[in-house]
Write a new protein. Sequence first.
Length: 95
Amino acid sequence: MNIQFSPFSTFIQKNTTARTRDKYADSRIVKIDVQEYYIMARVRGTSTYNIEIHYDKSQVFEAHCTCPYDNGGYCKHIVNVLVNADRHLSSLNTQ
């Protein structure tokens, strides 16, 4: 996983477990809407989950997923959305 946008990279490294980072691609993004400072997504795992992430140029300050994950840190669905949002933002910067 190679994240270009520093706030996403920092958030993932500081707020997720190694196991979560290894398994992030186990889910599939059904819909993603990346806006300036806000991301909304639907991710299909065992069920379909809704993800909301608020960020700015220096940090991710809120992330929420409707999945039942409760094993420390944030879930793999949030990681998956951040990885995909990073690709989206990177593609905008190269245009």
